[in-house]
Design a protein around this ligand. Structure first.
Ligand code: URA
Length: 482
């Protein structure tokens, strides 16, 4: 058997691999006969001369063509050999091989693809720039920022355009142990590896992040396992806000006690506007990142203790959207825990819907009220306030990706459809224009609480019936929403 040794550039050499694999298929070289070398590693065998001239054509099914660029970024030294095996089998007639998830080779490649996708997500979400002075032009020059990051895989070239789109207006460098990326406002370029010491120490901009994180950290929601899964510890040293985490966790018990005791009007520390603007300018890459920005935002109408975020699993089949948090929700920082929430919980149980497996949120994330002595009386949000919070809701539901969204009451309908529609006219299955999920409209549980006693049982039964219909729609096969 004639053997071949092929050297590719260090990292993810997609072009080199494509050119090489085309020749290997044309020359009918078996994968076992090929040694792949990435970068400067020494070879024990004579190497093939680098290919010259155009490489032979090779038409691959779309699923294979999509897998190759992702797997090439994986750090596994076997990546090129595995991909050669895949391409070889496809070229030998297994055209749909990449769709056979149970095939051991495809399974392994899919795991590699997922690991690369998750690494990209982490880099987008957890990279933090530090101020590194001004560029050419002295004090009047453009501000320079630098970041240190250690990706698991060879993703720098793929990840960097995200940052030039997000931060076009300042110069930045991203340094990694494998290479660096640089942006000067016009051009993205790549260079040699960097060192962590080349990135400056914490600056005032970062102090804003730490402040923000401490002030928005909700001790009642401390869940270290979830926090580590969402924000692995490996990245903490790059993220200024995480310096505050051990202390915050230690203090969580005491702070929960204080939060319950605290008078509702106690001032909540808010994020410096500059840090908030920088955070919001990054399109949040995850639900956690979106929630961080919501937590840090000022309520439109002052007075609320905290932002009340949605609750429930991402990927829940059914999501419920209410109006806004009430008094109890505001104090506890959780949606639907007050009287209307308890009524909803009972109706969900009777309709056979598991609250824990559903996603519950509100159109407006802060409590709006009118103070009457010690009491805080709910005030409905205006259409303008609902429109303000729509940015969050749309993104939140995009991350949760439910099959069906149930609008509880007219404010939720306004938030989801942009239109004021009387519930009596629209009650039942609904289509919210441009949304990827099915819709369902019903009354808000607080409406039931306001009814005279004699009218309530019948209205409650109708509400439970609505929830049952919604549950069966959420469980219906794909396409059932038209
Ligand atoms: N009403 C709502 O709309 N949402 C809540 O979270 C509580 C009451």
């Amino acid at each position: 058997m004639r053997t071949r040794t092929i050297r590719l550039r260090p990292g993810a050499d997609l072009d080199g691999f494509r050119a090489a694999v085309r020749r290997l298929i044309r020359d009918d070289v078996a994968p076992d006969a090929v040694t792949w070398i990435a970068g400067e590693a020494q070879s024990l065998f004579p190497e093939d001369a680098p290919a010259a001239g155009p490489s032979p054509a090779l038409a691959l099914p779309r699923a294979v063509a999509a897998l190759v660029p992702a797997v090439v970024m994986h750090r596994d030294p076997e990546r090129y050999g595995l991909l050669h095996r895949l391409v070889r089998r496809v070229a030998d007639g297994e055209r749909h091989l990449a769709e056979v998830a149970s095939d051991p080779l495809v399974h392994r490649l899919n795991l590699m693809r997922k690991a690369v996708a998750s690494d990209l997500h982490k880099m987008h979400a957890f990279l933090r720039f530090r101020r590194a002075g001004t560029g050419e032009g002295g004090a009047g020059g453009r501000e320079r920022f630098a970041a240190w990051f250690e990706p698991e895989h060879h993703i720098l070239a793929e990840a960097a355009p995200f940052f030039s789109a997000r931060f076009p207006s300042f110069d930045w460098s991203i340094l990694t142990p494998d290479g660096s990326a640089h942006w000067d406002g016009r051009t993205l370029s790549f260079g040699p590896p960097g060192r962590r010491e080349d990135v400056p120490e914490q600056d005032a901009f970062e102090a804003g992040w730490t402040d923000y994180y401490s002030s928005t950290f909700n001790p009642a929601r401390t869940n270290l396992a979830a926090m580590r899964a969402e924000m692995p510890k490996k990245y903490w040293h790059n993220m200024p806000e995480t310096a505050a985490i051990p202390g915050l966790v230690r203090e969580a018990g005491r702070r929960v006690g204080e939060m319950i005791e605290r008078a509702p009007e106690a001032p909540v520390k808010r994020v410096p506007a500059r840090a908030l603007a920088a955070m919001a300018a990054q399109e949040p890459a995850s639900l956690a990142a979106l929630n961080a920005v919501i937590r840090a935002s000022e309520p439109l109408v002052p007075g609320a203790t905290q932002a009340v975020l949605g609750e429930g699993p991402q990927g829940a089949a059914i999501a419920f959207v209410g109006e806004q948090p009430g008094d109890q929700e505001d104090l506890q920082g959780r949606p639907f825990v007050g009287p209307a929430g308890q009524l909803l919980a009972r109706a969900l149980r009777e309709a056979g819907i598991d609250r824990e497996r559903s996603y519950l949120t509100n159109a407006v994330k802060h409590f709006k009220f009118e103070a009457r002595g010690k009491r805080r009386l709910h005030k409905s949000p205006t259409a303008g306030e609902v429109a303000h919070y729509r940015w969050w809701l749309d993104r939140e539901l995009a991350f949760v990706a439910p099959r069906l969204v149930v609008a509880l009451g007219a404010t939720a309908v306004l938030a989801l459809s942009g239109r004021q529609i009387p519930i009596t006219r629209a009650r039942g299955p609904a289509a919210f224009a441009g949304k990827p999920y099915g819709g369902f409209i019903t009354v808000h549980p607080s409406y039931l609480l306001r009814l005279p006693d004699e009218a309530r049982p019948e209205a409650y039964e109708a509400f439970v019936d609505d929830l049952r219909r919604a549950a069966s729609l959420a469980a219906a096969p794909a396409g059932a929403f038209g």
